[in-house]
Design a protein around this ligand. Structure first.
Ligand code: NAP
Length: 285
């Protein structure tokens, strides 16, 4: 850590628990590659001390950072402003300064789309998608797809009211929305017809969550592109089943990389060293 001196800029990620995060490895490698005098640290923030943590960012002159579970939504009232996209999604994963205003942005959304377009450049021409989940990540993904021009999005979620809330946001973006039940035959129809299927739940993150076992995988085929936002394990049961049906697949590591690349650009005004960051992730995942 020879680089650290009196002028080193400090960046943080706030969350709880935070010990598993790959963001410090990602961003410290990027600082080193660019010879940028910065350091990125993980800060576990207790549930009742989020407002103090944000005050600490202001008081200590922290230059920016990230926010992760469980604070992506709860941090918003403590900030001076958020981007239009973060407001639409209702969640912030990046903190940055706009002059003296501490701002929140959501780079998960554009990060997802960039990762997807690298694998499937024609995705904006797809007629629609099925998204499993209606939490923060599902919202980011759904808004990115609707903004990219997909005209139909089918949502499946355990809590139907949350899917309906997300549906209203998507309708506001001019998207046709269908809310599906897990067990209904129309889920089978939607999975057969929609070429893009995305798991935006933690189902498949073993051993903490069960696998996505009860989907009609038999209706999937070569025309489907199947995405899991999970990156650990690299290939979930969901992706294995899709691959066995002949689908093209993608896990969440590209989204993780691209959201980091976009955050880095917001803090530093510099182009992030994507290759270096990709190598870090490849080493850890
Ligand atoms: P979240 O806001 O807590 O949402 C979780 C979603 O999963 C909700 O729709 C929830 O349904 C559903 N869910 C959770 N447990 C379930 C269960 N046992 N059965 C059925 N549904 C269940 O979490 P999130 O931030 O959206 O994250 C979702 C996933 O995306 C996680 O695996 C996370 O690691 C991943 N992610 C990846 C990236 C990346 O960069 N690759 C970025 C962000 C998130 P209910 O609404 O019914 O509770």
């Amino acid at each position: 850590m020879e680089r650290i001196n009196g002028k080193t800029e400090v960046f943080v990620i706030l969350g709880q628990p935070i010990g598993h995060t790959l963001s410090p490895a990602l961003h410290n490698a990027a600082f080193a590659a660019l010879n940028y005098n910065g350091v990125y640290l993980a800060c576990p923030v207790p549930e009742d001390r989020l407002s103090e943590a944000v005050q600490g960012i202001r008081a200590l002159g922290i230059r920016g950072g990230n926010v992760t579970i469980p604070y992506k939504e709860r941090i918003i009232p403590y900030l001076d402003g958020i981007t239009d996209k973060a407001r639409l999604i209702g969640a912030v994963n990046t903190l940055y300064w706009e002059e003296d205003r501490l701002m929140g942005a959501n780079t998960d959304s554009a990060g997802f789309l960039q990762a997807l377009q690298q694998e499937e450049p024609a995705v904006a021409n797809y007629p629609g998608a099925v998204i499993i989940g209606a939490g923060g990540a599902a919202k980011a993904v759904a808004v990115s797809l609707a903004s990219a021009g997909l005209s139909k999005i089918c949502l499946v979620n355990r809590n139907r009211a949350k899917a309906e809330d997300l549906g209203r946001i998507l309708s506001g973006l001019g998207c046709m929305v269908h809310i599906l039940d897990w067990s209904a035959p129309n889920l089978e129809v939607a999975l057969r017809e929609m070429p893009l299927i995305i798991n935006a739940t933690p189902l498949g993150m073993s051993p903490a969550y069960p696998d996505l076992e009860h989907l009609p995988y038999q209706v999937l085929g070569e025309g489907h592109f199947v995405v899991d936002l999970i990156y650990r394990p690299k290939e979930t049961f969901f992706l294995q089943k899709a691959k066995a049906q002949g689908c093209r697949t993608m896990n969440g590591s590209g989204m993780l990389l691209e959201q980091g690349v976009l955050s880095f650009g917001l803090w530093t005004g510099q182009e992030a060293p994507r290759e270096v960051m990709a190598q870090v992730l490849a080493r850890w995942l």
